[in-house]
Design a protein around this ligand. Structure first.
Ligand SMILES: [Zn+2]
Length: 385
């Protein structure tokens, strides 16, 4: 019971990014001294800090603000075909440090050794903090029970025990999941999905397009956890052969590499790509690019129509280069995006871009890393040396 209550308090602090003790008391419907006691234990074990607002005056006893401490951190990792992104995150979905290591088509073992080097260097610069778990956002199909990457066509991986390799390299527990699933989690908790209970998140990354589905508050994994492969919806039966072997998949037609090439960039991260797209479509001579971006949105809209007809989400959130295409497209093209969907299914559906921008997958990977340690906030520290 006590572990459960400690976890519940920690969860509130994590999601709210700072909350008063009085608010926690109200939310959990426990008495004030119990909450005071739980918060003290979390504070003593380095999870939270209590701040008294000295400036507050007025009637009644002030209630301290409870916020996340920075003592315990997690490593968040996103391997891709062109780079490995690594971050340290604190509770509350805050990225405290971040690094991008450019590498071509890394193997799973290479990812683990890059992660080991970078995390120990980053950890050293965070005085008084310690990494206690790791989460990995993978552009592919992941068996979440053991973190084996079953298939990542972009990376050329099949049945790679990525979580185990990273866990051994870092000496902490590691979990892995599909990148778009984690992106949807991050956007729901801290980004463009906040307040909605049915969202479809579409992630556009260097190795393709993934989807994370949440309906009525529940993540939709499907029979074995591999649901959401929006990138492999057929949008043109006469189109190119996709990396998956099928013909005319969305991700074989709306490709990050094409956008990068059109802009004449080499190895841009998401922030650089986004800025370049917005700059280029705004130029007087950007007409050709503008119409190409509009055409890309037309292809994306064909997939969105199926997604909206099938799932009737409240919001569609676009991340990565799909967000850049959305922002770079003309107002006229954006307005038409759901014209071909059933009018009733599309009623009230809002299409928006990931609010966490280029942090979205790292924040999602951190969410995954926190799962087990936050469920047992005191027990999980016993193995930490
Ligand atoms: Zn495909």
């Amino acid at each position: 019971m006590r572990q459960h209550n400690l976890a519940a308090v920690l969860e509130i602090v994590h999601k709210s990014r700072g909350v008063t003790r009085a608010q926690i008391t109200r939310e959990l419907e426990l008495n004030r001294s119990t909450i005071g006691d739980l918060v003290s234990q979390l504070s003593e074990s380095g999870w939270v800090v209590e701040l008294w607002d000295e400036t507050r005056t007025g009637v009644g006893r002030p209630s301290p603000l409870v916020t996340a401490a920075n003592q315990w951190l997690v490593a968040a990792i996103n391997p891709e075909v062109d780079a490995v992104e690594i971050a340290l995150a604190s509770l509350g979905g805050e990225i405290v440090d971040r690094k991008r290591v450019e590498v071509d088509q890394p193997t799973a073992s290479e990812v683990a050794s890059i992660v080991a080097n970078e995390v120990s260097a980053m950890e050293e610069s965070q005085t008084g903090s310690k990494v206690i778990a790791a989460g990995i956002a993978v552009p592919g199909l992941v068996r979440t029970s053991d973190g084996v990457v079953r298939l990542a066509p972009g990376l050329g991986w099949k049945d790679q025990p990525l979580a185990e390799l990273v866990s051994e390299a870092l000496g902490v527990p590691a979990l892995a999941a599909n990148d778009a699933h984690l992106g949807s989690r991050a956007e729901l908790s801290f980004g463009a999905g906040q307040g909605a209970d049915s969202i479809i998140y579409l992630n556009g990354g260097p190795s393709g397009i993934g989807g994370g589905i949440v309906i009525a508050g529940n993540p939709v994994g499907g029979f074995a956890g591999y649901a959401g492969e929006v990138g492999h919806i057929s949008v043109n039966p006469e189109g190119e052969v996709c990396a998956c072997g099928a013909t005319g998949c969305l991700e074989s037609i709306v490709r990050r590499a094409d956008l990068v090439a059109r802009l004449g960039l080499s190895h841009p991260d998401d922030d650089q790509l986004d800025a370049a797209v917005l700059n280029a479509v705004g130029q007087a001579d950007g007409k050709e690019l503008r119409s190409w971006v509009d055409q890309q949105l037309t292809w994306l809209s064909i997939a969105l129509r199926s997604v909206v007809n099938l799932l009737n989400p409240e919001r569609v959130v676009l991340g990565g280069y799909l967000a850049s295409i959305w922002k770079g497209a003309s107002e006229a093209q954006r307005t038409k995006a759901l014209d071909q969907a059933l009018s009733v299914s599309a009623e009230g559906v809002e299409i928006t871009v990931a609010a966490l921008e280029s942090q979205r997958l790292l924040v999602g990977a951190a969410e995954l890393a926190w799962d087990d340690v936050m469920a047992n906030p005191i027990e999980s520290l016993k193995s930490v040396t």
